[in-house]
Design a protein around this ligand. Structure first.
Ligand SMILES: Cc1cc2nc3c(=O)[nH]c(=O)nc-3n(C[C@H](O)[C@H](O)[C@H](O)COP(=O)(O)OP(=O)(O)OC[C@H]3O[C@@H](n4cnc5c(N)ncnc54)[C@H](O)[C@@H]3O)c2cc1C
Length: 344
């Protein structure tokens, strides 16, 4: 078996925000057996372990002590269940977008609306990735994982993962405690396009194939979102806030055009990007960081900044929204190797 880790590994190019970061130790296991071996070494030595996928939903501090694991096992296979259902078994290290396009090319329905979301498959359950009216939870059957504390393997049914809007058990009870190694998804050969979100329907023909829908989603996303390879960012920086009906109604009396979507329990989801835009912040820049000029929900890094600077900048944006609308914005990317700023 090959050597399992390298010391002092630079992660600046391994996070889409381009934040400077060095890992004390870094390992990219290319098989589950290599993963088990390096985790055993970490347990014996008492190193804290951090899992890094594609680095597209993280705010990294300058230094990560212990061991950073980046799964590189990346195969998938399809198992036919019946005339119209196919189970897909996919390794954690597989690139999400490549999986989506490959399955759409084979005429399988279920993932096409989730095209062009960056990152690895193993990270997809963490925040229950979603776009264009579809969430991972709609197709996920099972999650295979390894516990960091004792190397124990477990298979979790999707129903036990507590999925919510950009939320799951992996952000709560299992936060920082497991490595996801494999997913099982259930896709369909029966045409089931979901085109009700945004202007997706106008971008495809009357009976589109899954690949046509996936390509339309890619085109829409490229128009709206900056490519992290060109301008560093982590996609949506804030979650869309869910507020009580009373607050939504009060805001609507002053802003009748405010986008709002009803949620269970009489609450309303508001559009964080719209709230930021209304504060006149689209295109606003302060030093190394800025609000994207086409999509106010995306904060961008122009270079030369660090995690602390980004948190300071994002807190000032959230404060302006709170002051103007009384709405609290919650960050979407996860903090790793840096603590919450004081006063939060
Ligand atoms: C331009 C852009 C657009 C985006 N659009 C969307 C969107 O439309 N919808 C959406 O939901 N998200 C979106 N995102 C956010 C991001 O792509 C997703 O959250 C993605 O699933 C993160 O994958 P990753 O591999 O990059 O995870 P990372 O950023 O590397 O990690 C994220 C979290 O998951 C943990 N993690 C990663 N892999 C594992 C594993 N195998 N086991 C256990 N824990 C793990 C990490 O420790 C960390 O806590 C976007 C991001 C960008 C940059």
């Amino acid at each position: 078996m090959r050597l399992t880790w390298q010391a002092h590994h630079d992660l600046s190019g391994a996070n889409t925000l381009g934040l400077p970061c060095v890992a004390e130790r870094f390992s990219a296991p290319s098989t589950p057996a290599e993963l088990a071996a390096v985790l055993q070494e970490a347990r014996a030595a008492g190193w804290p372990v951090t899992v890094l996928g594609g680095g597209s939903n993280l705010i990294l501090g300058d230094w990560l002590s212990g061991l950073v694991i980046h799964p590189e096992f990346a195969a998938y296979r399809c198992e036919t269940l019946d005339d119209e259902s196919v189970r897909v078994h996919v390794d954690a290290g597989m690139n999400w977008h490549q999986l989506v396009m490959s399955l759409a090319e084979q005429g399988l329905w279920g993932l096409e609306n989730l095209a062009l979301i960056p990152g690895q498959c193993g990270a997809a359950p963490i925040q229950n990735i979603g776009a264009y009216g579809v969430e991972l939870a709609d197709v996920l059957e099972r999650v295979h994982l390894v516990h960091l504390a004792d190397g124990r393997e477990q298979v979790l049914e999707a129903a036990d993962c507590d999925f919510g809007y950009r939320d799951s058990l992996f952000k709560r009870a299992l936060d920082g405690r497991v490595v996801i190694t494999r997913l099982e998804l259930c896709l369909s050969t029966r045409p089931s396009p979901r085109l009700g979100y945004g202007d997706l329907a106008s971008r495809v023909g009357p009976s589109p194939a899954p690949l046509e829908v996936a390509e339309a989603v890619c085109a829409l996303r490229r128009e709206k979102l900056p490519d992290p390879a060109v301008l560093a960012n982590a996609g949506s920086f804030f979650k869309n806030p869910v507020v009580e009906a009373e607050l939504a109604e009060a805001l609507l009396t002053h802003h009748p055009d405010m986008p709002h979507f009803s949620r269970p329990g009489g609450r309303f989801k508001l559009a964080a990007g719209w709230l930021i835009d209304q504060c006149g912040l689209k295109g606003y820049r302060e030093g190394a960081f800025g609000v994207h000029d086409r999509q106010a929900l995306v904060l961008v890094h122009h270079g030369g900044g660090d995690a602390e600077g980004l948190l300071h900048f994002s807190d000032s944006i959230a404060s302006m929204v709170l002051k103007r609308f009384g709405v609290v914005l919650e960050r979407e990317p996860r903090l790793v190797g840096i603590s919450e700023p004081q006063g939060e």
